[in-house]
Design a protein around this ligand. Sequence first.
Ligand code: UDP
Length: 321
Amino acid sequence: MNTRIKNILVTGGAGFIGSHLVDALLAAGHRVTVLDNFSSGSRENLQKHADLMVIKADIAQPLPASIIKTKWELIYNLASPASPKYYGAYPEETLLVGSLGVKNVLALVKGKTRFVHTSTSEVYGDPLEHPQKESYWGNVNSYGPRSCYDEAKRFAEALIYTVRRKRNLNTGIVRIFNTYGPRMDQTDGRVVANFITQALKGAPLTIYGDGTQTRSFCYVDDMVRALVAMGTSDAEGPINLGNPGEFTMNALAELVKKTVKEVRVTYKPLPAEDPSQRKPDITRAQKTLRWKPTISLKVGLEKTALWYKNQTVRVTHRITK
Ligand code: UDP
């Protein structure tokens, strides 16, 4: 994005990935408006900047008039809870943000607006194909504990493709795999946040199940480079974004012990319907966006731990249910 874009909207821009994307867009000289209801994001994630406007609003509700009136050049939709602990506590809200919310944001996409929607690896559910290519249709339970997130994201993809065909819009969908880094909420229950926080406190690392399940972890700076590239591309996707390096939770625990602090591990019950494996095939992202992640898990964990060390633990997720 070499020329200055004056009207970029980032929904969910106060969240973990959203706020890093906002930083990158501002650093490139663009003007950005963030729309966030601060349910899982935080104002502290956002810098004060002359080219940044922040509006508190829930995309699942009618949008503010000023947002509807503006002619947006580029819209990124990142508004949604994303951690199993959080969407598990707010299943209805999660379903609505992925359905009504996406419908409301799609109504802002007009003429030449570029719309980038962040979908998820969870659309593959507990995948039977490995690694996951975009052509895989998934293995998802429509009524299980993760269904509020998985099905909302699947509905959003269906809605975006339907509206794209009908109105000939410039939409693009990316499917984000596990991402970690600074500003990831330390209390939202995700494994990297849990393990680093536990190690820094000298507490045992809590491995769920026998620790043989796998995930692939992408450092947030790598993810943001891909999102920026998707903004200027006219690729419709879906495009997997993630780091294809695959680790068992046992291996992740070992790496955290080596890079952060040598602590014990303890085994806890595996949450219901926890996917047993996950690894993106990123061939499409490499070809279409000329992108691949460059930051190793070891380096990323060190950077994240350093950031956590300098924080007092902030509880941004106010789970009250
Ligand atoms: N997990 C774990 N210990 C924790 C938190 C999570 O072993 O303290 C496991 C979890 O059961 C899952 C994996 O780590 O198999 C990734 O979980 P996370 O919630 O980070 O993301 P998910 O990919 O499940 O959405």
